[in-house]
Design a protein around this ligand. Structure first.
Ligand SMILES: [Zn+2]
Length: 466
């Protein structure tokens, strides 16, 4: 560890917590302690957190109070993970329909951290968390980084979209927190032209980070650029991928080009899921201290380990806007065996949804799937409040690329009587990126689902051949 690592961990991080009202340092200490638990002890910790959450939800959240009464359930009826299945699943549609009634009346609005999924799963969802949850997330990530020989204070080169790389002004506290404490240097993955890759490469070489982090597809495009131009690289300890399914070919290329192990992570801020690969690379360790993960069928019936089903999560840290048995919208399975590394948490074997499949423009330039939802904001500016309002008029969307490379955008509006012309900017955004492709915008009443039953926002049949 360098002196900066030590100062960051024991001075800057606790100081940041005081200024920010967070508890990352405390949460990290707790997680380092619970990492020594047996699987049985972890389970007992989950059960006790669950009991508190269920009682709190019944007592202070109108939606859950009504639900329990309707089902003739008392909070005491759910005293462990084994009884969770007595509750129905919470869907995104249920959240939309009951949004105001899902806030706890016992938590002051001052503690709210309003958040949104930003539409990367095809349907934007608004929800709320607080600093406790946020601290847990940070702590879980920092604990995993320690598995990889990384420490708080090591420089990270981060390449991604808004879900992992929300840009903050350097002069703001959050901006300073990112730069000084997390040392997370953020670069946008929205532009994948050669000029932009050259700029990213130069920034990387100037920064000389310990690790590179980002969407697998974005890092893959950068790696291919470095490989094609035979560019020299500084030593990298680890490549950290997140935000989408990591394709095997991406992993292989990243390992080869950056000459470092790749560690994947899977998370969903709606539902409080966070899971990380360990050095055994045999799956993703669930942060069991923060969430209970079940794999269920569409109706919410638990499926045996090893079976692919819907990811269903109960967020043990969110007391502001509780998620009890929430269907995230991803398909995955749990490993039947514990990990060879000896860590007590269960493993997600593979996440099958949110594939990072690439679309191409007619010149063969791949368009990262992570930018596709951004194009539903005028000027791709998702920070602009006015533009956000326009974005939220959209209920669902799907982008389809046919065999010829042409683009069809299906748009379902929340209110079908909205004038269609106000969405013409979407066509321009797509034309600018899919140069040479025909772009058609079609307003529909329903978005088709895939044969798997998953609602994917991006469907491509186009294979670019040079
Ligand atoms: Zn492991």
């Amino acid at each position: 560890m360098t002196p900066y690592n030590i100062i960051d961990r024991y001075l800057f991080l606790p100081l940041g917590d005081v200024v920010y009202g967070s508890r990352v340092a405390a949460s990290l200490k707790e997680m380092q302690h619970t990492a020594t638990f047996s699987a049985e002890e972890l389970r007992r910790l989950q059960d006790s957190k669950l009991q508190r959450l269920v009682k709190h939800s019944y007592d202070t959240v109108p939606y859950y109070h009504r639900l329990f009464d309707r089902l003739k359930l008392k909070p005491e009826d759910i005293h462990s993970c084994d009884e969770l299945h007595l509750l129905p699943v919470l869907t995104k549609q249920t959240i939309r329909d009951n949004y105001a009634d899902l806030f706890s009346t016992a938590v002051s609005p001052k503690r709210w951290r309003k958040s949104s999924t930003g539409g990367s799963t095809g349907t934007p969802l608004q929800f709320c968390t607080d600093n406790v949850e946020w601290s847990s997330w940070k702590a879980s990530t920092l604990r995993a980084w320690e598995w990889y020989g990384l420490h708080l204070g090591d420089k990270i080169f981060s390449l991604g979209g808004s879900s992992i790389n929300k840009r903050k002004a350097v002069t703001s506290f959050k901006g300073l927190y990112d730069l000084v404490i997390m040392r997370n240097h953020k670069y946008s993955s929205s532009d994948v032209t050669d000029e932009c890759m050259q700029r990213n490469y130069q920034a990387l070489m100037k920064l000389r980070p310990s690790a590179i982090r980002g969407y697998g597809s974005s890092l893959y495009i950068l790696a291919r650029y470095i490989q094609t131009h035979n560019l020299p690289l500084c030593p990298i300890k680890a490549v950290l991928t997140t935000g989408e399914v990591l394709m095997a070919e991406y992993r292989r290329t990243l390992e080869e080009v950056f000459n470092a192990p790749v560690y994947d992570a899977y998370g969903a801020s709606d539902g409080g899921i966070l899971s990380h690969e360990c050095p055994c690379h045999s799956g993703l360790h669930i942060t069991e201290e923060s969430c209970i993960i079940e794999i269920t069928d569409l109706q919410g019936n638990p499926l045996p380990d090893g079976t692919v089903g819907h990811v269903c999560t109960t967020d043990l840290d969110n007391f502001v806007f509780p998620f009890l048995r929430y269907h995230v919208g991803d398909m995955a399975y749990l490993k039947t065996e514990p990990c060879a590394c000896g860590r007590p948490s269960r493993l997600i074997g593979e996440v099958m949804g949110r594939a990072g499949k690439l679309m191409y423009n007619k010149q063969g330039v791949p368009i990262s799937p992570t930018i596709l939802p951004m194009m539903f904001y005028p000027n791709l500016d998702y920070h602009n409040r006015e533009y956000q309002k326009r974005y939220y008029k959209i209920d669902r969307f799907q982008i389809r690329q046919d065999k010829q490379g042409d683009i069809l955008i299906l748009l379902k509006l929340k209110d079908p009587s909205e004038p269609h012309e106000q969405f013409n900017y979407i066509i321009d955004n797509y034309r600018n990126h899919f140069v040479g492709s025909e772009v058609t915008l079609r307003f529909v009443d329903e978005i088709p689902t895939l044969p798997s039953g998953k609602e994917d926002y991006c469907v491509s049949e186009y294979d670019y051949q040079a």
